[in-house]
Design a protein. Structure first.
Length: 160
């Protein structure tokens, strides 16, 4: 078999494997790259024994398996990293939510004589989960919360 018949398909396969599709995962990319590399190496070794096609086939199969295993290892590692990041995000969200000030916290601070400036500072630094519906605003005023504090509560973006 002429070298051009072997090298041209191998070159095209290598180019495809290296560029790959953007939606391919690492397992698929590894398999494609391994197939191309294995087939090329197998063809070279097989040529030495007079069986270029068989060498390319065997090399391609072996390269596919090795490449897929290597790519799968990377996919699994990325999956573990994503799961760890998600768990950390959820833990931080729970902490922020626990720290967030609520309508009840504001009423408790007012009843204990905490100044408006300290209540506003707490709202701005700890995050909030406020109910600022009309009925809640009326209830806040009835409990002695100042208009200044209620205004800050209304303008505060919920964050926790």
């Amino acid at each position: 078999m002429p070298k051009s018949r072997v090298l041209l398909p191998l070159g095209l396969a290598s180019l495809l494997a290296v560029t790959g599709c953007s939606n391919m995962n690492h397992t698929q990319k590894g398999a494609a790259l391994g197939a191309a590399g294995g087939a090329g190496l197998g063809a070279i070794v097989g040529h030495q024994f007079g069986a270029t096609g068989a060498g390319a086939l065997i090399g391609g199969l072996g390269g596919t398996a090795v490449g897929a295993l290597a790519g799968n290892s990377k996919d699994e590692s990325e999956k573990r990293d994503r799961q760890a990041q998600q768990a950390a995000y959820q833990a931080q969200s729970r902490v922020r939510e626990q720290r967030a000030i609520t309508n009840r916290d504001v009423c408790d601070m007012v009843q204990q004589g905490v100044s408006d400036s300290l209540i506003i500072n707490s709202i701005q630094t700890r995050g909030s989960r406020f109910d600022t519906s009309p009925s809640a605003i009326i209830a806040l005023q009835q409990r002695g919360v100042s208009n200044a504090v209620i205004s800050v509560m209304q303008n505060q973006e919920p964050r926790y």
